[in-house]
Design a protein around this ligand. Structure first.
Ligand code: ADP
Ligand code: MG
Length: 257
């Protein structure tokens, strides 16, 4: 059985089918791309997988575990962490504090304030800080550790969100348009980071993205969604050359490139 399996995922919003019987099968350590035009249902799928939405029907398993049986606040225990299409950070908190919030669940704290109270150098606090520091170093965020998130550039904020997701120690990392708003250089760096996480930390990645150079260069496998249905499912080469995909999404320019 595959590492992560989605079967017959169906979601409607007041009659509109955002997802209509979508199946996905992701192998361990894959970087799996999910692409498609705006409104195709990509974010809706990620919202179901991270348990923000409950689909009308469908089955999701992670190494056999029933993902839909977990409520949103416990999904991290299963090893599913995510970033959002629109940043979801605590913008008045520092970079380190945001990352600490990503690992707080593992310390079984009743009060987040216990972790964030900088004066109380508790054992948990020190452990959480040490974890956050490792992630800061790994993602090149150390210079920003004590900066307020709202004072940072958009590109750095996107990296902070990735850092917070990593603090949850994902087995499966869901990324919703992580390259949106990045310049080409930042996007190439992001590609290197995603590969590093897969190669060195064995994190399986489900990447929703419009940045085709990034998708085509790092994904092992790609699914194209269109109007809530799977249009194509294959290697980057297969997807790039599928006439239906070119027509619905890529356009002739990308196909020629
Ligand atoms: N919470 C919601 N309420 C109503 N409609 C929604 C909601 N979320 C998404 N949709 C609709 O579902 C469809 C798919 O949206 P979305 O998953 O955001 O697409 P994508 O991420 O591929 O651009 C769109 O028609 C969108 O308007
Ligand atoms: Mg979206």
């Amino acid at each position: 059985m595959s590492f992560f399996v989605v079967e017959n995922m169906t979601v409607s919003f007041s009659g509109l089918k955002a997802l209509n019987g979508v199946d996905l099968s992701i192998e361990k350590n894959q970087i799996f791309g999910l692409i498609g035009p705006n409104g195709a249902g990509k974010s809706t799928l990620l919202n179901c997988l991270s348990r923000i939405y409950t689909p009308q029907c469908g089955k999701v398993t992670l190494e056999g575990a029933d993902v839909l049986a977990y409520p949103f606040h416990r999904i991290v225990e299963l090893g599913i962490c995510r970033t959002f299409q629109n940043l979801e950070l605590f913008s008045n908190a520092t970079v380190t504090e945001n990352i600490i919030l990503g690992c707080v669940w593992r310390y079984k704290c009743n009060l987040m304030s216990e972790l964030l109270a900088l004066s109380s150098a508790t054992r948990k606090m020190n452990a959480a800080r040490a974890e956050a520091e490792d992630i800061l170093v790994e993602l090149g965020l150390s210079p920003y550790a004590d900066k307020r998130v709202s004072d940072l550039s958009y590109g750095i904020q996107k990296t902070v969100e990735l850092a917070r997701a990593l603090a949850g120690r994902p087995r499966l990392l869901l990324l919703d348009e992580p390259a949106a708003g990045l310049n080409p250089e930042e996007s190439i760096r992001l590609g290197g980071t995603i590969r590093h996480l897969r190669d060195k930390k064995n994190i399986t990645v489900l990447l929703v993205e419009h940045d085709m150079p990034l998708v085509m260069s790092i994904c092992d496998h790609i699914v194209v969604l269109d109007h809530g249905e799977k249009l194509c499912d294959g290697s980057p080469a297969v997807v790039r050359n599928d006439p239906r995909v070119v027509e619905a999404y890529l356009g002739t320019e990308t196909a020629d490139a």
